[in-house]
Design a protein around this ligand. Sequence first.
Ligand code: FAD
Length: 414
Amino acid sequence: MTHLYDTAIVGAGAAGLMTAIQCARKGIDVLLLDGREKIGAKILMSGGTRCNVTNQQVDERDFAGDRPIAIRNVLRAYPADKAVAFFNEIGVDLISEEGGKYFPSTHSARTVLDALLAECKKGGVDLVTGRKITRVFSDGECFTLWAGEEEFTAKTAVLATGGLSYPTTGSDGSGYPVAEHFGHTLVPTVPALTPLKTEDAIWKKLSGVALPVRLTLRTGGKRIIQFEEPLLFTHFGFSGPAALNISRYWLRHAAQKNTEIIASFLPESSEEILALEIEEARKETPQASVRNFMAQKTPKRIAAFLLDLAEIPADRNFADLRREERHALMTHFFYCMLPVSDVMGYGKAEATAGGVRLAEIDTATMESKLEQGLFFAGEMLDADGHIGGFNFQWAWSSGTVAAGGIAKRLKLQV
Ligand SMILES: Cc1cc2nc3c(=O)[nH]c(=O)nc-3n(C[C@H](O)[C@H](O)[C@H](O)COP(=O)(O)OP(=O)(O)OC[C@H]3O[C@@H](n4cnc5c(N)ncnc54)[C@H](O)[C@@H]3O)c2cc1C
């Protein structure tokens, strides 16, 4: 006879670990299973190995997904300040940085993973690694979970198997068919927070340059979303928070006609301000170089590149700047189309957009509306956050809500 656990959690990533800890704190007998021998790869690589644990300000607008209200319910049930208090309590001192991002004061993601694992141990969680779950079955009373021929049993089950990004970390999408077996449906998945590629060789010359920009995604002239953040040029295209954030929206709309990403390289200025400045320069310093002037506003390589694109000669001064050249300058600095051809895909994506439909989940408990006793947490659900600690907050919030739901379900079963 196998031991009958109160709950079996599939996936020991951020969401699974949080669910396990919160369950254990409620006196629930927990089995935590993971397909990988070594767990926590994604936590360790997160935030440039510093782990951006959460953010000072988190709400549903920091996420994409078909059900913003469902996301809001879960975040409000366990907001960021509770997560900060939780980490302090388990010995992880957090510091906040620009953009409200919280990191461990040790600047090491290892601190976060070690603290979560220590807390699991303290709570008596049975962590069993190297067991990839391929089938889960419910007879209405309890769940049987199979890893090959080996089986585990529990009164409730949690699917916290993540999405499809960085599949080498163990998140290979193998949890989705398990959810589908119970009748769940998926919002089609696409990579999120992934760099953008270009086929246009001239843009690759800017590799290594980083600057603040405003990126706007437009489809058929309609604005879909806008991000004002740093952009990094690379040897394959575009990266940095602005490019990563916009990637999932671009992918969702790429098939539609006239989908374009427009960059403003002077996000803190405006056409009106620049027009006035140029007019002033024309009057007061007519012999001054346009190129040097623009190089004071944005990195030199960007200024030269955009002026070349606008076909403004390198030696152009303000006195000789023609009307159409001024127009071309404005267009290239404020409305420059980024020639995006594709994205880097799941292999380089920090998250997965789409996943198990939140409409099929009771967000007060994270219990399936289709199968009593089955719970969900984390990135396998249709919620993907922007850069800034939002994806981890979703893991902490949904895991904690799931633990509350499991406690409630077990009480009802007694
Ligand atoms: C490079 C990178 C940097 C990131 N940086 C940040 C950051 O700084 N801040 C932030 O908020 N977010 C960040 N993210 C996103 C964040 O890491 C994820 O959103 C979060 O880890 C998702 O947690 P999860 O537990 O839902 O899924 P995962 O972390 O993907 O965990 C899922 C677990 O399930 C296991 N599993 C999968 N299938 C099975 C199965 N069939 N049987 C058993 N086990 C299975 C996997 O082995 C894995 O351990 C980053 C992601 C990446 C890739």
